[in-house]
Ligand binder design. Structure first.
Ligand code: SF4
Length: 491
């Protein structure tokens, strides 16, 4: 039996086929997929090494470190929500949750009157959302992967696409375009590009303004591709608008092979962005720095590992499929279904709705995120949460899934207001080809771990004080990954 599904890692959205023959399973890229045309990177190829249970898999609800029934856990959450002021409750979601999960989470918070709904995808996406609204009048991604094959020049800026979105990079390398990489550091992408321009930290806006003078630019159809190198900085919205401005001024927009493509980090970052999963009150990082939030429900993400300003929350609820630094600190831990056990939709970087389909039963007592949220909503006395399947939720959402490769956008130049700044030494981080986020899934793959050890000279850093960057630091291995390349540095 063959089951078609979508890779749960990056926002490229590669489709794959799982073939089951009795207890044997195999996996291959879907040759008929317009997204990846059969291609998969090493993370996609090794997905079957990451399914099933291991010692870290969460199989049963836990309250105050004791195994409990679902009823007991849900009752406790309902009590916490009822006894906490509404503006002191938060839900922190993830771009790895499916459309149906995000939709019921938003519905529950709206019905119960919680303002503080946020997703980790805000960290990388919302500067692009703001920039698109300023330039195009709405958050529109006007181009698609098809434009890669129509472009004559592709500028990759602030993105190590070869590591972070490998199948998009394969499309780029298969095209006949002249590839220009702009980054502050040498990467796999810069090595494999036709031209590498090493920009000083924070000087990208000046560089973008100069690009149209270059010989390789003049008279060519230009496509720009970017990710967190532009979007995770304090003046990120202006940086994205500088790039869009440059495309508008040179006529490289609203034509095949021309425009600006943001590469989304997670499989459903685009979907969460379009559903408007964003707090009306606090920013994503403020969820973890303000004492305002007393009761926080974190789903499918590991902020204790990744948030620089993470603090212990009074009442912490975490849904996840695997133990993490965050589940370790939680008062209530809920066993969520894993990628291989859940069905629903996600939306990739080029705006296509794709299906993730279950091919294994839920491990232990795990449940889909949407189902867990519905249990809590019903325990809070809210109506209209009696869904029998994710299909019923999808029908209620009534989303138009039609897709077009190019969308015409308004061409509004935006005034850039970011002041010139004197840049201090800055730490730059990135992603390894063979690992993903906090390694909750990729860390289960022997193949990926072996590949990672070969990159042991790379150091990823968090919990760092910029001022004391290079002073007497003690290095320790990441508690869960035990990988030498994922070191945390304490000053
Ligand atoms: S490129 Fe991204 S979506 Fe495609 S197989 Fe690799 S990790 Fe998965």
């Amino acid at each position: 039996m063959d089951i078609k599904t979508t890779c749960p890692y990056c926002g490229v959205g590669c489709e794959l086929i799982i073939s089951r023959n009795n207890s044997q399973m195999s996996l291959a890229g879907d040759q008929n997929s317009p997204v990846n045309q059969g291609m998969l990177c090493i993370k996609g190829q090794t997905l079957l090494e990451t399914v099933g249970t291991d010692a870290k898999r969460i199989l049963q609800p836990v309250v105050d470190k004791n195994l409990v029934s679902w009823n007991q856990a849900i009752e406790r959450i309902a009590k916490l929500f009822t006894n906490t002021k509404k503006d002191e409750i938060g839900l922190y979601l993830s771009g790895q949750m499916l459309m149906e999960d995000l939709y019921v989470a938003k519905k529950m918070t709206q019905k119960f009157g919680i303002q503080n709904l946020e997703s980790n995808s805000r960290l990388c996406m919302y500067s692009t959302v703001a920039a698109n609204k300023r330039a195009y009048g709405a958050d529109i991604v006007p181009v698609s992967y098809a434009d890669i094959y129509h472009a004559e020049v592709i500028i990759i800026i602030g993105s190590n696409t070869a590591n972070c979105h490998p199948v998009v990079f394969s499309h780029i390398k298969k095209s006949s375009a002249f590839v220009v990489c702009i980054d502050v550091r040498k990467t796999n992408t810069s090595e494999l590009s036709d031209l590498f321009i090493q920009v000083e930290n924070g000087r990208d806006m000046e560089l973008i303004a100069d690009l149209p003078q270059q010989n390789w630019f003049v008279g060519k159809k230009v496509l720009s591709v970017y990710s967190q190198g532009l979007t995770q900085t304090t003046d990120a919205t202006d940086k994205v608008n500088s790039l869009i401005n440059m495309h508008i001024q040179t006529g490289n927009i609203n034509k095949k092979g021309c425009g600006v493509l943001s590469l989304t980090g997670q499989p459903n970052a685009m979907g969460g962005r379009e559903l408007g999963i964003s707090s009306t009150d606090l920013t994503a990082s403020e969820f973890f720095s303000t004492p305002q939030i007393k009761t926080l429900w974190v789903m499918a993400t590991n902020p204790a590992h990744s948030m620089i300003n993470y603090r212990k929350i009074d009442n912490l609820i975490v849904s996840d499929f695997t133990k993490t630094l965050t589940t370790e600190q939680a008062d209530i831990v809920l066993p969520a279904g894993s990628w291989s056990e859940k069905s629903g939709h996600c939306k990739n970087s080029e705006r296509r709705y794709l299906m993730q389909n279950a091919f294994l039963p839920f491990a232990g007592n795990a449940k889909a995120d949407w189902e867990i949220i519905c249990l809590v909503a019903k325990a809070l006395g809210l109506s209209d949460f009696d869904y029998k399947s994710s299909n019923e939720i999808w029908e209620e959402m009534a989303i138009d899934t039609s897709w077009q490769p190019q969308i015409k956008v308004r061409e509004q130049l935006v005034e850039i207001n970011s002041p010139a700044r004197d840049y201090q030494p800055v730490i730059n981080n990135g992603r390894l080809l063979a690992q993903w986020h906090g390694m909750g899934r990729t860390g289960r793959s022997k193949t990926l771990n072996k590949l990672t050890k070969k990159e042991a000279n790379i150091e990823s850093i968090h919990h760092i004080s910029n001022n004391n960057l290079f002073k007497g630091r003690a290095v320790e291995l990441d508690k869960y990954s035990k990988q030498p390349c994922f070191k945390s540095v304490k000053i």
